[in-house]
Every structure is written in structure tokens, then in C-alpha cells.
Design a protein around this ligand. Structure first.
Ligand code: FAD
Length: 311
């Protein structure tokens, strides 16, 4: 690993952070250190980096804004790649082509200023385009799949290919990329509809206010922890089990929104994980409901990154 880091630095592929705390790169503000975080300058540097990773079989992950991940407290003995420099945007009529590192909140504001409807739901989601494409992020009955036209990725052979919306196999908070963790989303093309910027701005403002009222936005979190089981809300279930305010160490089930776990001061990732496990056990024993975590569980021994529905 040390040799590879030296090579990456010598090749000037981009910014390299060594033994960097992942808590600086996740919205939960938890996680151990990453042996190496690399922020490639552009596509050529990214491809070189991925080639090195593939040849040496090095553990790696693409990280967006870290707003839907729970890294363990252990060291991540691999390379975390951030696509901050993949942040170009072009808007032509009702089509937006945008890089994977572009922030969703800025994107929804750009769409609004260009009188384009369809991205209002992204207005309060603190992720990047890559994270939204991967997660099929959504809110208010809309999701990324409802506006996506195509996605440019790097596949396992390190070829750059354009995938159609159908290729992406979207369903509730699920996409093709979740079954191909070596694919890298580079860019997305969205198709929106013409609207009135003032009306769009009003909808976004109203929803921002709703979020402030219903979500604990003044504490670090990673949004909703559990997927909603069919026909019910995970938050309501957790509240009904009397778990609002349930605390382990410095992590707590939010009093404001039971499907949020908040970091109330230097929480460990393991505090959050213990709350998750407790909620799952109680939901199963009390209501016979199997809850599945929406967030990605990364670098946990014996735990799959995706909490699969079929488990
Ligand atoms: P990350 O958390 O960095 O990554 C998530 C996954 O995507 C990881 O597995 C990562 O490897 C993968 N990934 C990221 N970028 C790429 C890429 N370029 N190529 C390949 N894989 C990639 N989510 C909703 O759906 N709706 C909401 O309303 C919502 N509200 C939230 C509110 C708050 C306060 C917070 C903190 C979170 C909320 N979220 C919500 C969760 C989160 O913001 C979204 O899931 C978002 O899309 C994640 O984007 P990210 O860039 O932070 O991804």
C-alpha cells in the first residue's frame, strides 16, 4: 500500500491525503482514518489511478459528499476516491449534463434559475450527482430515476460507456451501480421540463422550511437510516417502539425524526451501528418487520455494504 501511495504521489494524479480522518468527509462526522484519499485532477488521472488499483487489486471506494455512508471506526486500508474535480455543468434547453462531483443543492438551484422543473426534490439533499445516481436519491414521491436520461460511467474493463435510464435498473433507492461497486459514475444527463422559475423557487422554499421543521438539521446525520418497508414509514415504526431519544454513547435517535440517528458530540461509528442493530432486532421481535438500512455500511467486518432486501 505504501508503494502505491508513493506512486500515486509521484504521478501527480491529484490531491492526495494520507491517513486522513473520514469524519472530515462524512456528514455523520464519524469513521476511522483512510490510508489514502485521492482527488484526481481529471479523467486521465482517474483512469491511471483505477488502472493501478485494478492491477494491484487494491480496496477502493468512490465517495461523494459522504451523506449516505457509515464507515466503521477502523482504518480504511485502501484508497478513497473523491470526484470533486468532476464538477462541470452544461444546460441546453431542458437538458442538463453535469459531472458526478457536482452538489445536488446547487444543481437544483441552477435548474430553478433556468426555469427548469423536475429537480425541486433535490433542493434539500446534501449529496453529489454521483451519490444520487448511485442511490436513486429521492423525496416527495420523485427520484433521480424520474429525471435521468443517461449516465456516463467507467466500467470494470475501464471503458467509458453511456448507460441509458433502462440500463440503470432503477427502483426505490436502488440502481445498477449498487451491484457493480467497481463502476464509477462520471456524469449524468437529466431531462427536465420548462416551468416558471418563481413557482419552482416557491416550492423549493416551502420544502426547505418543511425539512427544517421535521428534520434534525442542526446535528450531523446521514438522513434517513432505514428504507421504508412497503406500505409503512420506518420513522413511524421506530417512534411507535418508543425509541425516540434512544442513546448509545454519543449517538441518538432524533427526537424530531425517528428515522434519523444524530451525532450529539464525537460519536463513534460503533455507537450508531449499535443503535441500528437494536432498532432492527426490536422491529423484528415486536412487529415482525425486517428493516433494511438505506445507508451504505462501509469497512465493517462481516457486514455487507448493502443491507440487502433478500437477507
Ligand atoms: P455518498 O454518501 O458519498 O455515497 C453513497 C454511495 O454512492 C456510496 O456507496 C458511494 O460509493 C456511491 N457513490 C458516490 N458517488 C459515486 C460515483 N461517482 N460513482 C460510483 N459510486 C458513487 N437521500 C434521499 O434520497 N432523499 C432525501 O430526502 C435525503 N435527505 C437527506 C437529508 C440529510 C440531512 C442528509 C444528511 C442526507 C439525506 N439523504 C437523502 C441521503 C443522501 O444525501 C443521498 O443518498 C445522496 O444521494 C448521497 O450522495 P453523496 O454524494 O453524499 O453519496
Amino acid at each position: 500500500m505504501q508503494d502505491v501511495i508513493k506512486e500515486i504521489i509521484a504521478l501527480h494524479l491529484g490531491k492526495v491525503l494520507i491517513n486522513e480522518k473520514l469524519s472530515n468527509h462524512t456528514t455523520y462526522r464519524v469513521g476511522g482514518k483512510a490510508r489514502c484519499i485521492c482527488i484526481p485532477k481529471g479523467i486521465d488521472e482517474l483512469l491511471t489511478l483505477l488502472k493501478i488499483i485494478k492491477e494491484r487489486k487494491i480496496k477502493h471506494i468512490i465517495l461523494g459528499n459522504g451523506s449516505n455512508v457509515l464507515f466503521s471506526d477502523e482504518i480504511y486500508d485502501g484508497i478513497v476516491i473523491k470526484l470533486d474535480n468532476f464538477n462541470k455543468i452544461s444546460i441546453n434547453n431542458n437538458i442538463i449534463v453535469v459531472g458526478a462531483g457536482y452538489p445536488l443543492i446547487r444543481l437544483s438551484n441552477d435548474a430553478m434559475r433556468n426555469s427548469l422543473k423536475g429537480m425541486e426534490f433535490m433542493g434539500g439533499i446534501p449529496g453529489t450527482v454521483g451519490g444520487a445516481v448511485f442511490m436513486n436519491a429521492g423525496a416527495y414521491g420523485e427520484d433521480t430515476a424520474s429525471i435521468i436520461q443517461s449516465v456516463k460511467i467507467i466500467n470494470s474493463d475501464l471503458d467509458i460507456v453511456e448507460l441509458s435510464k433502462d440500463d440503470m435498473k432503477y427502483s426505490y433507492r436502488t440502481s445498477l451501480l449498487q451491484d457493480h461497486l467497481d463502476f464509477v459514475c462520471l456524469e449524468a444527463t437529466f431531462k427536465l421540463t420548462k416551468g416558471n422559475s418563481e413557482e419552482i423557487a416557491n416550492i423549493m422554499k416551502e420544502r426547505r422550511e418543511q425539512r427544517k421543521l421535521s428534520q434534525p438539521l442542526n446535528y450531523p446525520s446521514a438522513g434517513s437510516v432505514f428504507r421504508n418497508p412497503s406500505g409503512m414509514y420506518a420513522g413511524k415504526l421506530i417512534e411507535d417502539m418508543g425509541l425516540k431519544g434512544f442513546t448509545v454513547g454519543k449517538a441518538m435517535v432524533s427526537m424530531k425524526h425517528a428515522n434519523f440517528i444524530i451525532n450529539i458530540g464525537n460519536a463513534k461509528a460503533s455507537d450508531i451501528k449499535k443503535i441500528i442493530d437494536t432498532i432492527k432486532i426490536k422491529a423484528l421481535s415486536k412487529y415482525n418487520v425486517r428493516l433494511h438500512v438505506e445507508q451504505r455500511l462501509i469497512n465493517w467486518v462481516g457486514v455487507s455494504e448493502k443491507d440487502k432486501e433478500e437477507d
